[in-house]
Design a binder for this molecule. Structure first.
Ligand SMILES: [Zn+2]
Length: 382
């Protein structure tokens, strides 16, 4: 019942994990607001010489601290530094890479570099690539160069890696506690099942039948209740879920009197029978056609993303001027996954189309398309 609905459960929360996810918010506040009264009191009492992540439970801890301390593993797994000026983040021992699942640097620190902070790796708002190449292994080097740097020297902030906006949420924390770092796809059959437009009690009964928890004589006998398990309607087979709903002659006559007919069961349980029926429908000629069509569309979409900079659509308008007295900047970015580089370009024109200025460049990074577009905007405005 505690499984997600798309995995065949009822979506009930696992209370212990849900409680941890809610408590995690308090842990998140301690690292985000170290100047708050509660953070200062807890630090003075329990981790005065260490960071929150290294805090011990301590002797005779309060109920509050014991509860927050339980969330250390969760916060440690989900929090990382978003680099601003890099002055408050130590290169070693603090999570600041954006990679999943490990945000710590994996390179062994050189003997005399234990106190290096991230700002030491930055020159003029750009990564010092030659220094990074000397200091780090290949994985760390690639992760570091993928981090976009701010031009405004803002301070470093904590970021929650399971939310795109970086803010802690109970929902994402609970999802991590249940599924870990794996992305849960869910079953297509279950998703369609829960969307069925039928009364809730019918849906509930169907769910109970599919997960085999409908009370019937066979299940009573399996629990050592002294009953005759044979079907009281036909007396020819044990009464189980598959028999009651599909195999029993009475059930068959019900099916046959409906427009659906009676799909011959070749399965040992109702869930298996359900899969046979649904998957059987997927193998029709139209099903194969739509699968091929879907594949073709996905392939076309992938082609567009991987070669954004080379496709020119002749049907698109070439350029539309801005309002009178304005200038217009056109900006674009491209990604080369093979070379691991990002390219950007921008051109600024007046309202009569006359050229003002243009800029283009590229750098080595493996960021995603959103980040590449954002970097292109930043470069255009700088
Ligand atoms: Zn029967």
């Amino acid at each position: 019942m505690a499984k997600h609905k798309s995995d065949g459960g009822l979506g009930f929360k696992i209370l212990h994990k849900f409680n941890l996810a809610m408590l995690g918010k308090q842990g998140w506040h301690i690292i985000n607001r170290p100047q708050s009264l509660v953070a200062r009191v807890l630090k003075a009492r329990y981790f005065s010489t260490q960071s929150f992540f290294e805090a011990p439970l301590g002797s005779n801890p309060s109920f509050l601290w014991r509860s927050i301390w339980e969330t250390l593993g969760l916060i440690r797994a989900g929090a990382y530094w978003r680099i601003g000026n890099g002055q408050s983040v130590s290169v070693w021992g603090q999570p600041w890479l954006r990679e999943l699942p490990e945000s710590l640097v994996s390179t062994t620190p050189p003997l005399n570099c234990a106190r290096v902070v991230v700002s030491d790796l930055i020159i003029n708002h750009r990564w010092n690539e030659s220094l990074i190449a000397q200091m780090f292994n290949k994985r760390d080097r690639s992760c570091i160069l993928n981090i976009p740097l701010s031009l405004s020297s803002c301070s470093d902030t904590w970021c929650w890696k399971f939310e795109s906006k970086g803010h802690y949420s109970v929902k994402s924390a609970y999802r991590f506690l249940v599924d870990g770092f794996q992305h849960r796809e869910g079953s297509e059959i279950w998703k369609r099942f829960w969307k069925a437009k039928v009364p809730p009690k019918v849906l509930n009964f169907c769910w109970r039948a599919l997960v085999n928890v409908v009370p019937c004589l066979s299940s009573l006998q399996s629990k050592r209740v002294p009953v005759d398990p044979s079907c009281p309607l036909c007396h020819v087979a044990p009464e189980n879920v598959l028999h009651i709903l599909i195999q029993c002659p009475f059930a068959r006559s019900c099916w046959l009197s409906s427009p659906l007919g009676w799909p011959a069961p070749s399965a040992s349980s109702l869930n298996e029978w359900n899969n046979v029926v649904w998957k059987g429908q997927g193998q029709t000629a139209s099903g194969v056609f739509f699968m091929a069509l879907n594949f073709l569309q996905q392939w076309k979409a992938a082609r567009v993303v991987s070669s954004v900079s080379t496709i020119v659509d002749p049907a698109r308008p070439i350029w539309s001027p801005p309002p009178h007295g304005w200038i217009k900047a056109n900006i674009d970015a491209s990604l080369s996954l093979q070379r691991g580089s990002v390219g950007f370009g921008c051109v600024i024109r007046k309202d009569d189309g006359s050229f003002v200025v243009a800029r283009a460049g590229s750098f080595y990074s493996q960021m995603d398309a959103k980040c590449a577009e954002a970097i292109a905007f930043r470069e255009a405005l700088s």
